[in-house]
Design a protein around this ligand. Structure first.
Ligand SMILES: [Zn+2]
Length: 171
């Protein structure tokens, strides 16, 4: 059981904000993710160019195609939040799966950097990975409130990593 989730994930250095901050400061132009089409504009990421209102001057800015932090993280097989959910009964599996998917979908609609990376099921144990630690935290609270008899414990990685790992156990 202990080694169940030993995967090839590298938990170190999930933030790839550096490149993005450069665009925010010096460089001219808009950063557009070549994978998901998110656009970095006015210090945050948005869903696509059509969703942001550009003024006359901004429309002429060059587009710089990069990988956004979320896509970069997924490509690097990294994550910022991981939930280990134990003792998921068959009876609750559908409900839990819908809750996780729905919660993360709504988070993504609000912020394109909030993403569900994967749900991996090994028998009654699930591993859920997401791109933001705050998303993992909120998702854990949501699960705790939705189901009875649940035990939640949280573990934060040491600096400079921002990774949170939450263990949830159905009792
Ligand atoms: Zn992207």
């Amino acid at each position: 059981m202990a080694n169940l989730f030993k995967k090839s994930y590298s938990v170190k250095l999930p933030k790839s904000q550096h490149e993005v901050e450069e665009f925010g400061k010096g460089k001219k132009g808009l950063a557009v993710c070549k994978n998901c089409s998110s656009v970095y504009f006015k210090k945050s990421w948005h869903h696509g160019l059509e969703r942001i209102k550009l003024t006359g001057k901004e429309k002429d800015l060059p587009l710089n195609f990069i990988l956004c932090p979320a896509c970069q993280m997924i490509e690097n097989k990294q994550y910022e939040g991981r939930l280990i959910i134990k003792n998921v009964s068959e009876k609750l599996a559908d409900q839990l799966g819908d809750l996780v998917a729905g919660f993360c979908r709504r988070a993504y609609e609000r912020d394109p950097m909030d993403r569900l990376i994967a749900i991996k099921k090994t028998g009654s144990a699930w591993e859920v990975t997401v791109t933001e630690n705050e998303l993992a935290n909120k998702l854990a609270n949501k699960i705790k409130n939705a189901f009875n008899k649940i035990k939640v414990s949280r573990r934060f990685s040491k600096e400079p990593s921002d990774v949170i790992e939450v263990t949830i156990e159905f009792l």
